[in-house]
Design a protein around this ligand. Structure first.
Ligand code: SDX
Length: 427
């Protein structure tokens, strides 16, 4: 604890401890605020409120820093793979070869999804948005894995984690294949985690699956870049759902639903739709910039701005570079990439965006790579969820192991004061 903060109100002084994080962040611990002052704080969107202490991910929005368990995202994106990054996030340390092999073997052992789940998938129309399908299937998994609901030991938690790490990629692949009218297949345990995901997604029933290292490496890196991001909207949803001791799978299902929103993970789909609209409009970026700045127009420049980053999102920098590399390696000329770069240039020079410190975020360029990898636009946010899976798991596990209390915010009531009931005949 660093020292104390003093609140003075109506001639009385109240002291509250100041806690300091390992990166010198300071927070006023207001656990005793209501009991000592009778007052609460009010902070819509929790822009100034810390919900927990966490050792998983560190962000510095001003400096554009992102670290998973102390490792810079730039290093992990370049030197690690997605499965070892998942292990790092969940268990706190980079695994040695034996630990990583055991984690992968345990996952492979659990990679079967009950055939009955296909009946649930069949009930959806092809037109169903993949995020709604994925959220439903993730929740439905409980029916076939009942021991993953009430977790009372670390051993039970480990197997629940391994089960969802194993089955989620199958659900992701089935969700896409359902939309494409393709048979629902299982993975290939001889492959790496991400290569297996890609094969499940793209294997054609009548063709030999041939992997492309460029594609697999690009997908692996994208999943690493999406793996965690401290207390964002969907992660906070996973934590507060799990705080009632609801199981891991339903907590993840709730997180998937929160991620779907266009202000959050759904932005990657919205960015592509916006860029395609600009292309159809003859590349008129200024028209969309004007819409984004018009207070009477609900349109926002999708893929721009961030609650925490008031500088470049470090992930956006890496993805922008990767988009160039992947498209040239695959020999793809995508005019959308040039429109995105043009839009970014105009926005970064525009006073409205500069004043509000609005920079490209993780969603601005990711869709361009997903598209180059042959992933349908409606599946972009599903890929975000696939990447975020280990982060959600890590945060849920930390919340349960720390014995965090059930999340239950307060409110300031602004409704009617007490009034007598009026019988119907008198209304
Ligand atoms: C993700 O939290 C995370 O970590 C999320 C994430 C993760 O990894 O989990 O990083 C992933 O969700 C990235 C963000 C994806 N969303 C989008 O790209 C949608 C477009 N962005 C905006 O909707 C917005 O920037 C948010 C939602 C991301 C952040 O909104 P805030 O923090 O609530 O900021 P705000 O709405 O208070 O905006 C401040 C000002 C406002 O103008 P004024 O009222 O001050 O005049 O900036 C304006 C806003 O109108 N503004 C924008 C804008 N974003 C903010 N104006 C136009 N276009 C935008 N994109």
């Amino acid at each position: 604890m660093k020292d104390k903060a003093i609140l003075e109100y109506e001639g009385k002084k109240y002291e509250f401890p100041v806690v300091e994080g390992t990166e010198k962040e300071l927070a006023i611990d207001i656990k005793t605020l209501r009991s000592s002052t009778g007052m609460i704080t009010l902070d819509p969107g929790y822009k100034n409120t810390g919900s927990c202490e966490s050792a998983i991910t560190y962000l510095d929005g001003e400096k554009g820093i992102l670290r998973y368990r102390g490792y810079n995202i730039e290093e992990l994106a370049e030197k690690a793979d997605f499965l070892e990054t998942a292990y790092l996030l969940i268990f706190g340390e980079l695994p040695n070869k034996e630990e990583l092999d055991k984690f992968h073997d345990d996952i492979k052992h659990e990679s079967h999804v009950d055939e009955e789940m296909k009946k649930i998938l069949d009930a959806f129309p092809k037109s169903a948005h993949p995020m709604g399908v994925l959220s439903s299937l993730t929740s439905a998994l409980i029916a076939f894995n009942p021991t993953s609901v009430n977790i009372s030991s670390e051993k039970e938690m480990y197997y629940s984690i391994v089960r969802i790490m194993a089955k989620f990629p199958v659900l992701v692949a089935w969700t896409m294949r359902k939309q494409k009218g393709l048979p629902l297949d299982y993975g290939d345990d001889s492959l790496g985690y991400v290569e297996n995901l890609h094969k499940m997604m793209f294997k054609r029933p009548n063709k030999e699956y041939v992997n492309n290292k460029i594609v697999i490496d690009a997908l692996d890196q994208l999943l690493i870049l999406h793996a965690d991001h401290e207390q964002n909207c969907s992660t906070s949803t996973v934590r507060i759902t799990g705080s009632s001791h609801a199981g891991l799978f339903v907590s993840l299902s709730a997180g998937i639903s929160a991620l779907w929103g266009p202000l959050h993970g759904g932005a990657n789909q919205a960015v592509l739709e916006m860029l395609e609209a600009i292309e159809e409009d003859g590349g008129d970026t200024q028209k969309y910039m004007n819409k984004a700045k018009d207070k009477d127009d609900p349109f926002r420049l999708m893929g721009f701005g961030h609650r925490v980053y008031k500088n470049f999102d470090p992930r956006a920098k890496i993805i922008k570079r990767a988009a160039d590399e992947v498209l040239s390696d695959l020999g793809i000329e995508d005019p959308i990439l040039n429109i995105a770069k043009g839009l970014e240039k105009v926005a970064l020079e525009d006073s409205y965006f500069v004043k509000r410190k609005l920079y490209p975020n993780v969603d601005f360029y990711s869709g361009i790579i997903y598209r180059a990898l042959g992933i349908p636009t409606e599946m972009f946010t599903v890929m975000f969820a696939m990447g975020r899976l280990p982060g959600w798991i890590a945060q849920w596990r930390e919340m349960r192991l720390r014995g965090e209390p059930i999340g239950r915010p307060r409110q300031v009531y602004i409704g009617e004061n007490q009034r007598p009931f009026v019988p119907l005949k008198k209304r």
